[in-house]
Structure formats: structure tokens, C-alpha cells
Design a binder for this molecule. Sequence first.
Ligand code: NAP
Length: 250
Amino acid sequence: MSAKRHILILGGTTEARRLAGTLAADPALRVTSSLAGRVARPRLPAGEVRIGGFGGPGGLARWLREQHVDALIDATHPFAGTISSNAAQAAADARVPLLAVRRPGWVAGPGDDWHPVGSLAEAARALPALGERAFLTTGRMGLAAFAHLEGMWFLVRSVDPPEPPMPPRTQVLLDRGPFTVEGERELLRRHRIDVLVTKDSGSSATSAKLTAAREAAVPVLIVHRPPPPPDVPAVEDPAEAAQWLRRTLG
Ligand code: NAP
């Protein structure tokens, strides 16, 4: 039997991929990254990779026990609330130490015209008062919230093609970050965007649109994050997570 310590990283983010790269280089560790399987051709991290759901918190707890996981790191996207809550429950049940990697949210600066909302549904309610041509960067899964807005035009950017329901006047742009300010500026100009809708993902890879919106005086509807599960220690970046792991494994 191998004496390697087994680390499970719940992934799907740049931070998770970076962390897997750092940890997989350590010969004392066995590193498994778990992806949900939402993206057709994901960028694969270093180390082992498993893809697909665990079957709720019970399934994840079973996986932690059966695979002899020594530490669990939840490096999922800040809006992936279900898996984070499952991770908290499963780690407690299986008595496996858990750490969350949570990148900080975006902060409005001078010149920003941000309108914070609590959900995509709230964003859809507020949208018609702010503009007519919206740039939606909220992911392909949440388009149903905007499907009834027949009078508005939408530019939707996503990694894989979105599925209906979606607004009738929609142009889809398949692309994946990181994005540049120059590119975002040009996109807003070319499509005559007058309102931007985004989730507060807080990633530097996708923040260029906020700079471009500020420059063009385009208002931004920004959806707040769901609350993280209580009592889960959290750090902001992969380097801090690697330090936590060293302390935790002793
Ligand atoms: P979610 O709503 O929190 O999770 C729904 C279900 O998907 C979970 O109950 C779990 O199924 C499965 N799942 C989610 N993440 C998983 C993972 N890393 N490994 C294995 N199973 C996973 O998640 P979501 O918002 O759909 O996000 C799915 C994935 O995409 C996450 O890994 C996240 O990091 C990434 N992502 C999400 C967003 C976003 O805006 N939500 C943006 C970029 C990337 P079971 O209950 O069967 O275990």
C-alpha cells in the first residue's frame, strides 16, 4: 500500500487547477481533482482526475472514506453553492479536514455604476430599466431567468452552447477567459452594449469587462454570491491552501 497522503480537490476553477499543479509535484502526495462534468472539453489539471457528481453529500462522504482521503479542498467556483455545502457535510461525516479556497469578490471603484442584486431573477427584473442591449456573462445555465425579456437584445458569452429557454433575441458568443480590456472594450462597442450583467465571480481572468464597462459608462448588474457554508476555514489563493495542507498533514 502506498504511503502517499491523498488530497481531493473539488475543482472547476483556475485556482483548483493551479493548486493541483503545485501539489501534484510533491512525491509525498496523491492528488485527485474532481470536476462536475459541465464543460465538454475541460482544461485538465495535473494529477488524477475524476469527472461527475458523487450523488450528494452521502456519496461524497463515501468516496472520501473508500479512497482514504486525508484532506479535502473545496476550490469550486463561488457560485457553486450546492457542492460547497455538500463538501462541508461530507467532510464532517467522514472526519476529513476541509479547507475552502475562496477568491475575493470584486470591489466597485470610482466611476463604476454597479447595481448589486441577490439573484439572476432579481437581475432580470432590474434589467429593462437600465438598458436595451445587454451583455450577459452569467453562464449558460442561468439564461432561463431572462427568457421572458422579449423586448431586449442579448449578447451571451459562454464556454459551451447554452440550451433553451433563453431570450428570443440572443446572440451567442462561445469563448473562454482570460479576457483583455481591449477585447472587452471592442465587444461592448461592436454590439452597442448599454448594460452588463455578471455574477461576482471575483476572478482577475474575467474582470476586464468591468474596466471596459466603467470606461464606456455602461451600468453593471452584479449578482451577489451565495453565502458560504458556516464554519469552514477559507483562504483566498492556492499558495495559502498549500501552506494549510502542510500544517494539517503535519
Ligand atoms: P453546484 O450547483 O454547486 O453543484 C451541483 C451538483 O454538481 C453537486 O451537487 C454535485 O453533484 C455536482 N458537482 C459540482 N461541482 C462538482 C465537482 N467539482 N466535482 C464533482 N461534482 C460536482 O455546482 P455548479 O454551480 O453547477 O458548478 C459546477 C462546477 O462548475 C463546479 O465544479 C464549479 O467549480 C464550476 N464552475 C461553476 C461556475 C458557476 O458560476 N456556478 C462557474 C465556473 C465554474 P452530486 O451532488 O451528485 O455530487
